[in-house]
Design a binder for this molecule. Structure first.
Ligand code: SF4
Length: 393
């Protein structure tokens, strides 16, 4: 199935993290168009490239080098093509190869497999990027091209639904007792997330899903605003539950006692994140309304600050040089940074040609959520360091 032709069920696997927790969201979202962004189209293109490479690896007889080259050349003609997609999809292929080779017996492989999880979710189906089965293990791998929010495979509802569908499809053919799930998100550092559970754990989760899905299908249950579920909800700009939740969060700030505890500060930092995000979503909606000629009382659209640009850069700079302005003043040459060169030539080549010239400078301290994978840092001197300093002095 062509990636852009992938159909979407009302209770889609990709939206499961939303309708499983905020069950009325799926029906509410129906009122809003499903707009496809350039980021999503870019992701689709990268997915197509990734699939071609994996297909060539596993099914070389039917889809050999020549067919791969022709198909890739076709993709290169698309407007959103970027050369860096080659390196990122190679990372995905490398991961798939490593999983396939880790099995004791050659796996049975399905790519772009439509899986039916209708036994758990009314009308539920989705397309799994790669399913591998070997021995008693069923492994689902999902490629994600996003570089904003890292997605974890641990208990991931989208992959778990695919796993339920795949298990239903293959359980009579293979003695599956273990489910492995992996998300490969090559555009973020440490972009591989893996998780494993038993079939009985998956099926127990499936029973809980059945109850939630029945509510979601009818648009019943209570609204549960929250950062994760609201982020990509199509109703997020006008949803009253989200609006009330965020306004309440914002106003509570005024009721705080003069000093807050560190625990309260941590909690409020987390809740304010979504308040700020909500304000941006609402601004975006109001601007679109004003530009469409609709009234949003108290607000209007105006022209932002413009910028000055050359109408014809070459002609303008030639004219300046003819008037005696030195080219050294008009042009600047600056070396590209290591990440810029890596992006241009790809990770592999960069490793071979330039890795020895790269030193990692410590970044500025940044505040992130506790769930972030990076180790915590502190300026506080430890007892060992203090002891060492004493001895040295
Ligand atoms: S915006 Fe949030 S609270 Fe409202 S329907 Fe969507 S997920 Fe639920």
């Amino acid at each position: 199935m062509a990636h852009e032709e992938r159909q979407h069920a009302l209770l889609s696997a990709s939206g499961a993290h939303r309708w499983l927790y905020c069950t009325p969201s799926a029906r509410l979202e129906e009122q809003f168009p499903d707009l496809t962004s350039d980021h999503a189209r870019e992701g689709t293109l990268a997915h197509e490239l990734a699939e071609l490479k994996v297909r060539n690896y596993f099914f070389t007889v039917d889809f050999g080098k020549r067919k791969l080259a022709t198909a890739v050349n076709k993709l290169k003609k698309q407007e959103l093509w970027q050369d860096e997609m080659q390196g990122y999809t190679d990372d995905y292929l490398d991961y798939i190869k490593s999983v396939a080779l880790s099995f004791s017996a050659e796996p049975s492989v399905s790519l772009e497999k439509q899986v039916d999880f209708g036994a758990y979710v009314p009308g539920g189906f989705g397309t799994a990027d790669c399913i591998m089965i070997s021995g008693t293990t069923l492994c689902i791998v999902d490629f994600k091209y996003g570089k904003g929010v890292p997605v974890s495979a641990e208990g991931n509802p989208q992959l778990s639904l695919y796993a339920l569908g795949a298990y239903e499809a293959y359980r009579l053919l293979y003695p599956i007792d273990t489910i492995k799930m992996a998300i490969v998100q090559p555009r973020i550092p440490d972009g591989i997330s893996e998780w494993e559970c038993s079939v009985s754990e998956l099926l127990a989760w499936g029973e809980w899903v059945k109850e939630r899905a029945a509510l979601a299908d009818k648009g019943e249950g209570s609204f549960q605003p929250g950062e994760k579920q609201c982020r990509f909800c199509r109703a997020k700009m006008l949803c009253r539950a989200r609006s009330d939740h965020n306004v309440k969060q914002a106003f509570q700030i005024g009721e705080l006692p003069p000093l807050i505890t560190a625990a309260e500060a941590g909690e409020r930092l987390a809740t304010l994140e979504d308040v700020v995000r909500y304000q941006k979503d609402l601004q975006e909606w109001a601007l679109a309304e004003c530009l469409a000629g609709n009234e949003v009382p108290g607000w209007k659209a105006v022209e932002g600050r413009g910028s000055r640009e050359w109408t014809d850069t070459d002609t303008a700079l030639d004219a300046l040089q003819q008037k005696g302005i030195s080219p050294a003043l008009l042009y600047e040459t600056r070396p590209l940074t290591a990440p810029q060169v890596e992006k241009m030539i790809g990770k592999k080549e960069f490793q071979e040609l330039a890795a020895e010239f790269v030193a990692k400078k410590a970044g500025k301290p940044a505040l992130v959520k506790e769930s972030d994978k990076r180790p915590a840092i502190t300026n506080k001197i430890t007892a060992t360091e203090a002891f060492k300093e004493d001895i040295e002095s």
